[in-house]
Design a protein around this ligand. Structure first.
Ligand code: SF4
Ligand code: SF4
Length: 401
């Protein structure tokens, strides 16, 4: 490896990137992405399909591209991230920082300047992305040896476990390639590199509460809690709601069960800004958020993109899960009853569901005023799922959602 390339690596690590690897641009095995798209696992994320050609050929993104710099930022906080009490909402760990798309940008700009200084590159000779462009970031990181693609579909680092945020620089500068990880000796050789260092482990597939990983490396977005609580802008399917458990934004279950996390260590967080206040919010506080408070608490975080109705929807689902059968005296019932009469039908649907789950036969009386005024077909359909005359309890409905 030449001295100039090592100098660049050293400088990028000093800047705050924890993983800095290089890959040459060659034909990428496209099979996995094609399967993923063909099976419709991208749910309604049509942008995935629209950008598939560019994802498979970086030359369409940057003509003349020769190399990829695969960057990773370790975001393991070194402790449990929120959700400490048995009924506290849980957040995907990356969401407890200011939006990394924003906080990484100055470092990516600085990385570009390094290419200009060390290699005489022009601004047009590189493009950088942090989860924002038509680039197969995990695939390139795997190719560059930053980690391997686990059966949970994540890039897994031998140094940092499942906790790397990825960024990618495409460049016309030619670099020597770092070697990808190799299969452990004695392991059966298969064509696919997915699950390269998973061995016989299937913990992530087994732990997924919504059975969203039907085969190694393939995550069915339609069933995935991350998709349902973040990307889905509408009603969460009833049959998936119980599996969401306490996850109010994203889901880390298939990441945190991975044995490779034993190597994780607390991140330097030079390029991240922790927002500890989010994890400290109680479910009741979230159910009672006003637009002004929402804007204040979640400014500059990825959660702000969900908007208040999206977060209230998710909070209703969590409340319905953590307090199933708790009865009308539970602290969530009053805010949920108010939400069952608020302006957004999507929120009302989930509030009605939660009130029924928590209060069972008492729900029709608690919701009588809201139901009397209800005209939205989706909300009326949710009421219809809970036949008052049978006196059915929330617990009785729990298996069906
Ligand atoms: Fe399953 Fe959660 Fe992993 Fe999605 S993020 S595949 S819901 S465990
Ligand atoms: Fe692989 Fe096991 Fe980690 Fe899943 S939990 S990615 S199967 S090592």
């Amino acid at each position: 490896m030449n001295a100039r390339q090592e100098e660049l690596r050293r400088r990028l690590i000093a800047l705050g990137f924890d993983e800095v690897r290089f890959a040459r641009v060659e034909a990428v095995p496209a099979e996995d992405l094609r399967h993923w798209l063909a099976w419709g696992f991208n749910a309604d994320m049509a942008w995935m399909e629209r950008t598939a050609a560019k994802r498979l050929d970086p030359g369409l993104v940057l003509p003349g591209v020769r190399s990829v710099i695969a960057l990773g930022v370790n975001y393991w906080p070194g402790r449990e991230a929120g959700g400490l009490g048995p009924a506290s909402p849980r957040w995907a760990r990356y969401a407890l920082y200011e939006d990394y798309h924003d906080t990484l940008r100055p470092a990516l700009v600085a990385a570009g300047r390094m290419l200009e200084e060390l290699y005489g590159a022009a601004g047009a000779d590189y493009r950088y992305y942090a989860d924002t462009g038509p680039v197969l970031e995990r695939g390139w990181a795997e190719r560059a040896g930053s980690g391997f693609l686990g059966k949970n579909g994540m890039l897994i680092s031998r140094q940092f476990g499942n906790w790397l945020l990825l960024a990618t620089i495409l460049t016309r500068v030619e670099f020597e390639a770092d070697a990808p990880l190799r299969r452990q000796s004695g392991e059966a050789k298969t064509e696919s590199r997915i699950g390269l260092l998973c061995g016989k482990c299937t913990r992530c597939q087994e732990a997924c509460p919504t059975e969203a990983i039907p085969s190694p490396g393939l995550v069915d977005a339609r069933r995935c809690i991350s998709y349902q609580t973040i990307e889905n802008k509408g009603i969460i399917p009833r049959e998936l709601r119980p599996g969401i458990g306490r996850y109010i934004y994203g889901c880390d279950i298939c990441l945190e069960v991975c044995p490779w996390n034993r190597f994780a260590r607390e991140g330097r967080r030079m390029l991240l800004a922790a927002r500890d206040g989010i994890a400290a919010l109680s479910l009741k506080e979230i159910l009672e958020l006003t637009p002004a408070r929402f804007a204040e608490v979640f400014r500059r975080t990825p959660i702000k993109r969900l908007k208040l109705p999206g977060l209230l929807r998710n909070a209703c689902v969590v409340a319905g899960n953590v307090a199933t059968g708790a009865g009308a005296g539970h602290e969530s019932v009053a805010p949920l009853t108010r939400l069952a009469a608020q302006a957004t039908p999507m929120v009302r649907v989930h509030a009605v569901w939660a009130v029924h789950r928590i209060t069972g036969a008492a729900a029709p009386q608690l919701l009588a005023a809201a139901r009397g005024k209800e005209t939205d077909p989706a909300v009326l359909a949710e009421y219809a799922e809970w036949p008052a005359e049978t006196g059915a309890t929330g617990a009785a409905h729990s298996s069906a959602g």
